[in-house]
Design a protein around this ligand. Structure first.
Ligand SMILES: C[S@@+](CC[C@H](N)C(=O)[O-])C[C@H]1O[C@@H](n2cnc3c(N)ncnc32)[C@H](O)[C@@H]1O
Ligand code: SF4
Length: 369
């Protein structure tokens, strides 16, 4: 299985909490960037791809022409005969019926819509450019285009958000009956306005909100298949699940991460330099071209096993198979965690015990790093 991730580092404006790599959309720069992306993908020409994820930033900031050029090029460059999932991230403020129609026509079969909150007051607090009503219009337009696999992103644990308000948000979300939900506790990241303005979060409240989500979403037909992700039956994200299975994926675009030919890498986080470097390249058949990267690490057997544990334990049903591990140190730690009931066996696989799911980061850093 091989995935393809393409990073679109443009947004209409920066949300107050967000530290993802993106700048304000600029049509001329975006034109050059799309051409550079296409040239970069040619390094991987004819590779068989099983899932595509176009994320950001905000891919829906791109114009109709830019979307068409990028998506049509992918069809010509890669072997997509075995493609199972094609996701495109969409924000309400930059989406339109025309864009949705084009995405459908070009083979996108899954949308991920960034909503973050159903309350306009909180959307304003977060620095979002859209209202809840704008989201409803986008969602309905997507359904009208017959998209039958939609994810909604939400953030919880906002300042002055009570548990009662969060439960109301979840009830409002259930009404949409989306196939997939991603819920994230607000995290305060350096280099954001929230960090500078010393906005605070409360761990205990975030934990309670998570527990409420687990109960409410499970009762309403969603499988809690990954720490932050819920899906209807057979609607788990195939692309993201393959990340957690530690499968390889090609990362294209400034700031994109990839894992290919046993090398984990990150591309440079400088859009103009990325464009310049690609413009200057005459040949594009060189795989693992390190000139476009700022990180490049060979994953040896030991590191592979460590990452497999760290990622695999995120999959709450699938987990890991102990037989896949040769390293005696990791085997011993897994057995100790089983003995201490931090992990448990289910259908022959090892998974995290429910009580420890929310503190996954703590468990990983204590036992496996
Ligand atoms: C990189 S964003 C891209 C999606 C899209 N541009 C949007 O705004 O919805 C992916 C998701 O990460 C989440 N996210 C980003 N920064 C976060 C933060 N500081 N705390 C919690 N969630 C965050 C949001 O839910 C967001 O939808
Ligand atoms: S949350 Fe999305 S729209 Fe907001 S700045 Fe981050 S990537 Fe851009």
């Amino acid at each position: 299985m091989l995935g393809l991730y393409i990073h679109i580092p443009f947004c209409n404006r920066k949300c107050f909490y967000c530290d993802f790599f993106s700048i304000k959309y600029n049509a001329i720069l975006a034109d050059q960037y799309i051409r550079a992306l296409i040239k970069h993908t040619k390094q991987f020409k004819n590779k068989k791809i099983h899932s595509v994820y176009i994320g950001g930033g905000t891919p829906s900031t791109l114009s109709l022409k830019q979307i068409q050029l990028l998506l049509e090029s992918l069809r010509n460059i890669f072997d997509l005969s075995q493609l199972q999932e094609f996701t495109f991230e969409l924000n309400p403020e930059s989406s339109s019926a025309k864009k949705l129609n084009l995405l459908k026509a070009l083979g996108v079969n899954r949308l991920s819509i960034g909503l973050q909150s159903t309350e306009n007051m909180f959307l304003k607090f977060l620095g979002r450019e859209h209202t809840f009503e704008n989201f409803c219009d986008t969602y309905n337009a997507a359904r009208n285009e017959n998209f039958d696999n939609i994810n909604i992103d939400l953030i919880y644990g906002l300042q002055n958000q009570s548990i009662k308000k969060w439960k109301e948000t979840l009830q409002k979300i259930l009404f949409f009956d989306s196939e997939h939900l991603s819920l994230y506790p607000l995290s305060l990241e350096e280099n954001t306005l929230f960090y500078k303005n010393t906005i605070t979060t409360n761990d205990d409240i975030q934990r309670n909100m998570y527990d409420e989500a687990v109960i409410i979403l499970t009762m309403n037909g969603y499988n809690h298949y990954e720490i932050s992700n819920w899906a209807k039956k057979n609607k788990e994200s195939f692309h993201n699940t393959n990340y957690w299975r530690n499968f390889e994926y090609i990362g294209i675009g400034a700031g994109a991460a990839g894992y290919f030919n046993a090398v984990r890498y990150k591309n440079i986080m400088d859009i103009k330099k990325y464009i310049r470097l690609l413009q200057s390249k005459k040949k594009y058949h060189k795989l693992n071209d390190i000139s476009l990267r700022c990180e490049n690490e060979y994953i040896n057997k030991q590191l592979y096993e460590k990452e497999k544990i760290m990622l695999g334990l995120r999959l709450l049903y699938e987990g890991l198979s102990i037989d896949n591990f040769n390293n005696p140190k990791y085997k011993a730690v897994l057995l100790k965690c089983l003995n201490d009931k931090i992990l448990k066996k289910q259908n022959g696989q090892i998974i995290l015990s429910q009580k420890y799911v929310y503190i996954y980061n703590h468990i990983i850093s204590k036992f496996f790093i």
